[in-house]
Design a binder for this molecule. Sequence first.
Ligand code: ADP
Ligand code: MG
Length: 399
Amino acid sequence: MNIHEYQAKQVLKEYGAPVAEGVAIFSADEAEAAAKSLPGPLWVVKSQIHAGGRGKGKFKELGPEAKGGVRLAFTLDEVKSHSADMLGNTLVTAQTGDAGKVVNRLYIEDGADIDRELYLSLLVDRTCGQVAFVASTEGGMDIEEVAHNTPELILTLPIDPLQGVTENKASALCDTLKLEGEARADGMKLFPILYKAFVEKDMALLEINPLIVMENGRLRVLDAKVSFDGNALFRHEDIVALRDKTEEDEKEIEASKHDLAYVALEGNIGCMVNGAGLAMATMDIIKLYGAEPANFLDVGGGATKEKVTSAFKIITSDPNVQGILVNIFGGIMRCDVIAEGVLAAVKEVGLQVPLVVRLEGTNVELGKKIISESGMNVIPADDLDDAAQKIVAAVKEVA
Ligand code: ADP
Ligand code: MG
């Protein structure tokens, strides 16, 4: 689960991290009062969407000449006009996809005098099985680009869970970020704080880009992107309360109600699969044959008829879907039960696009028989390879 920048800063502030003062607003009428409550004379008006790259983003409605989704304001009037400009409009950034995201909230923040912009993040490093810091002096820009062009400027520093952030580790981070004087003292305090917040709140990612050294020599968290481990949300009511459903895909919200692991994607082949590994393999093979999956969907091991039906509804509600591939391995579940579930779902939901069904496992012959005798327009497949080729061909024919 993701949260907005201003919410992430609030969480970090509670742990003692240095963040600027700011006020979140939902309508342009609130802009002036928000700015007046801050010290000034420089304000920053920041679009709050669940995507980065806002500064360099463009508003669809405002044309290519207009400024981006993070703007400096030198007067109260500018705060007001920037706010009116951004709210309700669609911001397209390198991370939103072409559709962009509608800006429903703004964060009016105290402006900082920036000396240097640094990069700092915390993530779960699966190679070493530890939480790791990633740090670089090259902040404020696209870190993927830095990693590609100048990997020597990035330090990855795993933290031993039993020792936490030791003096040595904090010093190493200070060295990499070239922190001196007060900024170094701020860093020595900040790094353990961030690690504590990350672990206690079950974060999956905490990215500060940029962390800045201000002209007065102090450190400040200027941007914050946080996502949380969905499996741990049950023990963080305070975090769940920050959820902004307008930022989430409606189909994903619906799927979570039915306990389906669903992620919407950009392609046109809807997939219904059981088991995350098989779902990944199915997506891979669709790509191998030159098409793109419309979603990841794991209906789980004990998929009932009801689950299969709701999965079908979610897949068919996606206007991009031009074909569906059902790829189910009947292990504990029997293939004949699955076949009946699929047919019942098709009957209930209706089928406007080609459907390929590949079943394997217990009672597979019976399952196939049920499908082939159903009189429905279902294309049976023998194995994963066959299934992928058939659905890709069927979709190409339609298109
Ligand atoms: P994004 O990464 O989505 O573009 P940021 O919060 O990183 O958004 O803002 C983009 C840039 O805007 C920063 O790199 C920084 O140069 C500037 N900026 C952001 N917030 C402030 C602030 N409070 N004071 C001064 N400059 C800011
Ligand atoms: Mg940023």
